[in-house]
Design a protein around this ligand. Structure first.
Ligand SMILES: Nc1ncnc2c1ncn2[C@@H]1O[C@H](COP(=O)(O)OP(=O)(O)OP(=O)(O)O)[C@@H](O)[C@H]1O
Ligand SMILES: [Mg+2]
Length: 477
């Protein structure tokens, strides 16, 4: 291995270092710009010259390393200087789940990096609802390694709604138990809702844009302290393409953000939106790595037509070193395989994946329990959309929306309700319903079974004995 040179550069205080990678490499007579890494922060700069591209082959020593560490982070790749790239899934100090955004242009490596994250989640005991809006092509190996996979827009909405229902159920349960924080696996698992190709759900004109934006925003806002995180993998040219820039901006600023190869449009937006801190510049990620040689027609040698790609390279914007180039581990088989890729499957391992706590299954409902997809899932998760109108007429009735069921159906009505009633809370929450039973009983002693029977007879949503016990614990506490 050759020598590594590191130069520190300083501009006059108050100045911001700007540079052009290609010109810098040229000035130093470096043919392959990937040998050069430049990190900047305001007037400070760090230039590292490597004998070869330090991120040409980033190998995962063993899939076992994908398990979350004691700080709640998973190791997904390396920075140019050999430092680990670690993404936080959980903050044990505040007991919170995270928001995550992985974005870049088409072919930048989102879905593959996403599989590393999914495998890390599985190996760390995180329960995952995974929606792939490319019909299951993005990460075929995720099926069977996540709690619930769907491949349609309707399925994604059903998952979001279900995830949201569970979030509300946990909220009530935790409040009743006097808990202000989520504690992983005590007793509920950390859960993530992951949407790959989230742009298809959120772009302008997408059939469920408003509904999806509502759920994602609300989960992003309140899911953290309930152990319910959200991760979006998206291809975006403009931030507005992702459900309106407000949602995204707050997610970008506070969540885990990885930016892979981008388009110039997106970069302009990031800068003008202030999403890239002032004084930090990112060197563009070219599509191909390696030096470009000019070959004379009189020369015998042929330039190699198959230059290595840069997939999986990008920046961990929310990390400690946002301007340090990073790369996801190189995973999967060298050549495409027929069917599922055994190397990808090995990432996830043979062990069982985590599932949603039984206590919430009733709130999750049929769509979850039956692991439904398509219009069937949508109808089960959002029954209010399919109710007959009071006057019995109108085109939004049950029959009218059934026709387009199945994968990829887009005939559903565009949602009109921005803030749906949670099924969980119903009109009254469970604690209130238990209280009502106790108050109506004139002080006579009731055991939990009797309270359960009375609560279930009050005309509201059916509840479980565990739910009643939790509510009682909360009341006693
Ligand atoms: N971390 C990685 N390790 C190995 N190969 C990778 C990695 N990331 C990407 N690739 C290669 O690049 C190809 C494109 O990557 P991927 O499908 O993940 O990109 P994408 O950003 O999801 O693209 P799209 O927008 O089309 O969905 C993959 O099929 C794979 O061959
Ligand atoms: Mg993809």
């Amino acid at each position: 291995m050759g020598l590594i040179y590191e130069l520190t550069v300083a501009a006059p205080p108050g100045d911001v270092i700007g540079y052009d990678m290609a010109r810098l490499a040229d000035a130093m007579d470096i043919k392959d710009p990937a040998r050069l890494a430049v990190e900047t922060h305001g007037s400070q700069g760090l230039v590292t010259i490597y004998p070869e591209d330090p991120l040409a082959d980033v190998l995962l020593p063993d899939p076992e390393y994908l398990v979350m560490d004691s700080t709640g982070r998973i190791w997904v790749g390396l920075h140019h200087n050999g430092r680990r790239t670690r993404l936080r899934l959980y903050d044990p100090k505040s007991g919170s789940a995270q928001r995550m955004l992985l974005f870049g242009t088409t072919g930048a490596g989102k879905s593959t990096g996403g599989q590393i994250i999914l495998a890390g989640m599985k190996r760390s005991g995180v329960g995952v609802f995974y929606a792939d809006l490319k019909g299951g092509q993005s990460a075929p190996e995720a099926r069977g390694n996540c709690d619930w996979c769907v491949y349609t827009q309707e399925g994604a909405i059903a998952q979001l709604r279900t995830f949201w229902n569970v979030m509300k159920a946990r909220e009530i349960r935790y409040a009743a138990a006097g808990r202000s924080k989520f504690l992983m696996d005590r007793p509920d698992p950390l859960m993530y809702m992951v949407v790959d190709e989230a742009n298809r759900l959120l772009e302008k004109g997408a059939p469920y844009r408003d509904e999806a934006t509502f759920y994602i925003k609300d989960i992003g806002r309140t899911g953290r302290s309930l152990g319910m995180g959200i991760a979006l993998f998206a291809q975006a040219g403009h931030l507005e393409e992702l459900g309106g820039s407000d949602t995204l901006r707050s997610m970008l600023k506070e969540g885990e953000v990885i930016l892979l190869r981008w388009t110039s449009n997106l970069m302009r937006q990031l800068v003008s939106d202030g999403l890239l801190p002032a004084g930090q510049k990112l060197a563009a990620i070219p599509k191909y790595a390696g030096a470009v040689e000019l070959v004379s027609q009189f020369d015998d040698t042929e330039a190699d037509e198959d230059r290595p790609g840069t997939q999986g390279s990008g920046y961990h914007l929310s990390g400690l070193h946002p301007t340090a180039r990073t790369r996801f581990f190189k995973v999967g088989s060298e050549m495409p395989t027929d069917g599922l890729d055994p190397e990808m499957l090995a990432l996830y391992g043979d062990g069982p994946h985590s599932v949603l706590e039984k206590e919430s299954w009733q709130d999750a409902g049929e769509a979850y329990v039956g692991k439904l997809d398509g219009m069937e899932a949508y109808q089960a998760a959002c029954p209010e959309k399919f109710e007959e109108p009071e006057d019995g007429g109108g085109g939004r009735g049950r029959g009218g929306n059934r026709g387009g069921g199945g994968r990829g159906a887009r005939s559903a009505p565009v949602p009109v309700i921005p803030a749906p009633e949670p099924r969980t809370a119903g009109r009254l929450n469970l604690t209130d319903r238990v209280l009502a039973v106790l108050e109506n009983n004139d002080g006579e002693e009731l055991d939990a079974q009797e309270i359960l029977a009375a609560v279930n007879a009050d005309g509201g949503r059916k509840v479980s004995l565990g739910g009643v016990r939790n509510a009682l614990t909360g009341l006693h506490g």
